[in-house]
Design a protein around this ligand. Structure first.
Ligand code: 13P
Length: 287
């Protein structure tokens, strides 16, 4: 059964660990993440960007696939199906399609408009029992066409959005989607501490989880981060493992071209990445 992310994140915040959001692209990704979460007895959030939703034939296809997989794989750990960086229209589409959690990314609007639209969505999500993530300040880089400049959030604006009753808040703290550039300045713990102080018990979300050093992840969790998003790292792991299989000529020997064989190393690589992150985030055994 799909659940809202509220309870798992409230527990994570109180227990000083973080729940991973792993983005999905297709059946292999979804199955690998769900099986790893179950094996490690960890709660998990499946992230779906609007681009990935479109690629998978639409949000209803995604909901039906995830629900059926939870049932047929016998997954008992809490699973939230979450829209990642949703537009205003995308949020409504996912609510209708049966997602259990959505993110409204209003960070590119003037703060008044971000507040107004987030407020409206808080009411809708409350009525339907969904969790809602909002964003203040923007995450740098590009993810599926969503481009951000990477400015740090204003703690007062974070409080304004948190006070609307959202479930969790993504605040820009110098984090970037995709690989971090050589000259990256690191996370702004000063901003994170100031935001954390303003928003109190509200679980904070760290986007751009790929490539953030372990010590920074641990410090971010100690300062109130309870949800960490990882996308690119699973893609890199999948691509590298698939490349190694093909470069070794394994697709040319016997029935190595069978998609179930060809994709297997990539799937194993996704599982290993998710396991490593769940261990680092501290969510293992917390289901
Ligand atoms: P990465 O692709 O950098 O891991 O970021 C994922 C993310 O923040 C999804 O919203």
């Amino acid at each position: 059964m799909l659940v809202s992310a509220k309870e798992m994140l409230t527990k994570a915040k109180a227990g000083h660990y973080a729940v991973g959001q792993f983005n999905i692209n297709n059946l292999e990704w979804t199955k690998a993440i769900l099986q790893t979460a179950q094996e490690l007895n960890s709660p998990v959030i499946l992230g779906v960007s609007e681009g990935a939703g479109k690629y998978m034939c639409g949000f209803k296809t995604v909901t039906n696939m995830v629900k059926a997989m939870i049932d047929e794989l016998g997954i008992t750990v809490p699973v939230a199906l979450h829209l990642d960086h949703g537009s205003y229209e995308g949020c409504y589409k996912c609510i209708e399609a049966g997602f259990s959690s959505i993110m409204f990314d209003g960070s590119h609007y003037p703060i008044e408009e971000n507040v107004a639209k987030t407020k409206e969505l808080v009411a809708v999500c409350e009525e339907k029992g969904l969790s809602l993530e909002a964003e203040v300040g923007s995450i740098g880089g590009e993810e599926d066409g969503v481009v951000g400049m990477g400015e740090c959030a204003d703690p007062n604006e974070c409080k304004m959005i948190a006070d609307l009753g959202v479930t969790m808040l993504a605040a820009g703290i110098g984090n970037i989607h995709g690989k971090y550039p050589e000259n990256w300045q690191g996370l702004s713990f000063e901003t994170l501490a100031a935001v954390s102080e303003k928003v109190g018990e509200m679980p904070l979300v760290l986007h751009g989880g790929t490539g953030i050093p372990e010590d920074m992840i641990k410090k971010a969790i100690s300062l109130g981060v309870s949800k960490i998003n990882v996308n690119t790292e699973c893609q890199l792991a999948f691509a590298a493992a698939t490349r190694a299989y093909v470069e070794a000529g394994k697709d040319l020997s016997g029935k190595g071209f069978d998609p179930r064989k060809l994709l297997a190393p990539g799937v194993e690589a996704i599982k290993a990445t998710v396991k490593e992150k769940m261990e680092l985030f501290g969510s293992v055994g917390k289901a």
